[in-house]
Design a protein around this ligand. Structure first.
Ligand SMILES: O=c1ccn([C@@H]2O[C@H](COP(=O)(O)O)[C@@H](O)[C@H]2O)c(=O)[nH]1
Length: 273
């Protein structure tokens, strides 16, 4: 099944546009996991089990694993998600970008080593740097467009000679030229709802990965209004730290579940509004 089919099914079956990000920081783990060699795997999988009823997928952030030399734990986590929740897509947030021969290795890492359904990719090096991911056909390729950080404006808001901002040129290129297999999506931050609306106008019902609610302060109502498709879908709205670290005390899994459920409800309410 393609990434896009899996995502469409997850949106419908889970009635959720919420994606939970897996950004494990052992300094913030509950005391009961202290000193355990498998703490990262245990933390992430308990978060997965607690939040799975409320989400359309999971987004592990590779930096949190590789910084700690915990790639094997990431592999185990991805394998466990595929086994226990085969209908929930895994988006590996890696934001790689390199020449084609190196990009081939990054694509193998994402899709073969970790078995991700989709991966985030940096478009700065152009189409040939993205092609190795596109060549996987059924897997998703999620391209940075207007990122959630303020500094994204430094380059992404720059105007081309015809007045189009660079991020919209990226959206146009992906929608009209790069998306030959129909497997592309775009990253647009929840912290910039006007930009989400601009992108949505240009890319039809292409899925958007939307980080930036929760700790980064993006407004759920504005985000949903700007990015929803007419069917009330079209977005993977990511929240990581606000859910992972809802509590570090006893009941931390329940606190994560409660925050995930409340976030899904807020997204649903925004879809009605
Ligand atoms: O523009 C972007 C692209 C990716 N991210 C990633 O999403 C999560 C956000 O975490 P929160 O704790 O919910 O703020 C994190 O993994 C980022 O690397 C992003 O924030 N903005």
């Amino acid at each position: 099944m393609t990434f896009i089919d899996k995502l469409n099914r997850a949106w419908a079956a889970q009635d959720s546009l919420l994606m939970v990000g897996l950004d494990p920081d052992p300094r913030r783990f509950p005391k009961e996991l202290e000193g355990r060699p498998d703490a990262i795997t245990e933390f992430c999988l308990r978060i997965v089990e607690a939040t799975a009823p409320y989400v359309c997928g999971f987004k592990p952030q590779i930096a949190y694993f590789s910084a700690l030399g915990a790639e094997d734990q990431l592999q185990d986590i991805c394998r466990a998600i595929r086994e226990r929740h085969p209908d929930l897509p895994i988006v590996l947030d890696a934001k790689r970008g390199d020449i084609g021969s190196t990009a081939e290795q990054y694509a193998r890492e994402a899709f073969e080593r970790y078995g991700a359904d989709a991966v985030t990719v940096n478009p700065y090096m152009g189409r040939d740097s993205v092609q190795p991911y596109i060549d996987y056909g059924e897997r998703g390729v999620i391209i940075l467009c207007r990122t959630s950080n303020a500094g994204g404006a430094d380059l992404q808001d720059m105007r081309l000679a015809n007045g189009t901002p660079l991020y919209l040129h990226v959206a146009d290129q992906v929608a009209r030229v790069w998306n030959t297999n129909g497997q592309c999506a775009l990253v647009v931050g929840a912290t910039f709802p006007e930009e989400i609306a601009q992108v949505r106008r240009r890319v039809g019902d292409m899925p958007l990965l939307v980080p930036g609610i929760g700790v980064q302060g993006g407004d759920i109502q504005a985000t949903v209004q700007a990015g929803r498709t007419p069917e009330g879908r079209g977005m993977m709205i990511n929240s990581s730290r606000a859910i992972l670290y809802a509590s570090a005390g006893e009941g931390w899994e329940q606190a994560a579940a409660k925050t995930a459920r409340a976030t899904r409800s807020a997204i649903r309410a925004a879809l009605q509004g």
